[in-house]
Design a binder for this molecule. Structure first.
Ligand code: PMT
Length: 462
């Protein structure tokens, strides 16, 4: 698509600008740790979804929210979320970078993959000292991005800041400190240790090639809110790519967050020392007396999670979280309706993995769910796609041990994953460490095949 047409299509597809409204945070520093679990739809105290006026197709809304005609529950959740939460400061900058990148590759008729990677943080304060996080290191996303580049895709790598990055990941992992790969050479030069030199050179060449051909755009996010705003913006920008767009959502996205109206401005205090403005002896004695009375009361009345709490309520940090709206439906139907959408499903219980992946596919009606278990995710995944049998992809038995040198020249040699008829892996049977063959070298070609079929189907339709 020519650049001018691309720009026109983009302008036409831009959504209304939402204004953000932040209410004054509550003055209390007492939090309650509980999850406000969603039922079938997202909830938020005060959300218009549940107000009487929301039952009509035509929404009558407060002035800060754009009016929605014939709104679905997902449209309303989207409108509410993006009008009630502040846009991240870097949004415009990231949007501009993504616009230029997509335009460049749309002109070349190239496939573009948006790869999301890493965890998202959930801040507990606006000036954030404390936050909730998750385990994801970004290995899946960073490794997949490299194999997409190898397959000829341009890649937008939307990643959690400081998580692993394509190419540099080989040397930034905690167990692979880059300094251990180097030594000092003649005249103060820095030289790669001989046993690592070939691999380092290969990685460096691939990295430089991706950079010089403008094939890799890396955009960072930190919080769940940053992630959602940038994901929506980029997915919408990708619409003019049509079926050539691939959205590969490997990020481990928080399911719960503190909404702005309940978020305090300053660091949550662990004592009430900061409240004591009057430091005269009399005032301090009075405050101590009140505090101990408060503690007694708390211990008497506190019966929430634990009938005999080890510490009184006044000393606990109890955080009250709302569910993050699920925006996959919005992504599939509205943000990037022609692109191929691949989501992931992570579980820890093997008994429910496939069922949960199938449920997700049915619910969101997209193109592929890749299921993985926390303990075996580097050795096997399952592809759940409409109209085809579930397909396990496994690192073959003889490639499950990592070589000591970690030399990569054998990676990707295996044509298919796993031995036929093999049962799901038992984590107990796996050796410690990582497999010699990166499972993403098997996942990405399989995704590419499905994407090719997706593009073909779209061309036949049009
Ligand atoms: O980074 P690693 O350590 O290598 O780990 C990789 C991984 C295990 C994190 C990855 O392979 C994986 O499984 N990621 C998805 C985790 C998950 O189960 O996400 P979910 O059930 O919360 O979400 C389902 C899908 O929707 C995911 O693709 C997620 O990226 C996407 N999502 C979810 C919620 C939301 N608000 N926006 C989203 O895009």
């Amino acid at each position: 698509m020519p650049a001018s047409q691309f720009r026109a299509a983009r302008r036409a597809e831009q959504h209304p600008t939402f204004s953000s409204s932040i209410t004054t945070p509550p003055s209390s520093s007492t939090f309650s740790l509980s999850f406000n679990l969603p039922d079938s739809r997202p909830s938020s105290p005060g959300s218009s979804i549940f107000s009487s006026e929301s039952s009509d197709d035509t929404m009558s809304t407060s002035s800060s929210k754009p009016e929605l005609l014939h709104a679905s529950t997902e449209d309303i959740a989207e409108r509410d979320y993006f009008s009630e939460n502040p846009a991240p400061p870097a949004l415009d900058k990231h949007t501009q970078l993504a616009t230029d990148f997509i335009e460049f590759h749309a002109d070349a008729g190239r496939r573009v993959a948006l790869v999301t990677s890493g965890g998202t943080t959930v801040p507990l304060e606006r000036q954030t000292v404390r936050f909730i996080d998750n385990f994801s290191a970004g290995t899946r996303g960073a490794t997949s991005a490299e194999y997409f580049l190898e397959s000829g895709y341009a890649v937008i790598f939307l990643h959690r800041q400081f998580s692993l990055l394509p190419y540099s990941r080989h040397y930034s992992h905690a167990t692979d400190c880059f300094l251990d790969f180097l030594h000092e050479g003649p005249n103060g030069s820095v030289v790669a240790n001989e046993e690592y030199r070939v691999k380092m050179l290969m990685v460096l060449r691939k990295y430089n090639s991706a950079k010089s051909k403008n094939l890799l755009l890396t955009l960072p996010f930190t919080t769940i809110n940053d992630y959602l705003f940038v994901l929506r913006a980029i997915a919408q920008l990708m619409r003019p790519l049509g079926p050539n767009a691939l959205l590969y959502l490997a990020a481990a996205v928080s399911d719960f967050f503190v909404p702005p109206e309940r978020m305090v401005e300053h660091k949550i205090q662990s004592t009430n020392a900061a409240d004591r403005q009057d430091t005269t002896e009399g005032a301090l004695k009075k405050a101590d007396k009140e505090a101990s009375k408060e503690t007694e009361d708390d211990e008497e009345t506190f019966d929430n999670f634990d009938s005999s709490p080890a510490v009184p309520r006044s000393k606990r940090l109890i955080v009250d979280l709302d569910p993050v709206p699920k925006f996959l439906k919005n992504l599939v139907d509205g943000w990037a309706p022609e692109g191929m959408i691949v989501s992931f499903k992570l579980e820890t219980d093997p008994e429910i993995l496939v069922h949960k992946a199938q449920y997700s596919l049915t619910r969101y009606q997209h193109h592929l769910v890749i299921g993985n278990l926390l303990s075996t995710r580097k050795w096997e995944v399952v592809f759940v796609a409409p109209g085809q049998a579930d397909q396990w992809i496994r690192v073959p038995r003889h490639r499950r041990k990592k070589t000591i040198s970690g030399i990569e020249n054998m990676v990707g040699v295996a044509a298919s994953g796993g031995e036929v008829g093999e049962k799901p892996l038992d984590p107990k049977d796996l050796l410690e460490g990582e497999p010699e063959l990166e499972i993403e070298s098997l996942i990405i070609p399989a995704v590419e095949t499905l994407h090719t079929a997706h593009i073909k189907k779209a061309k036949t339709r049009s």
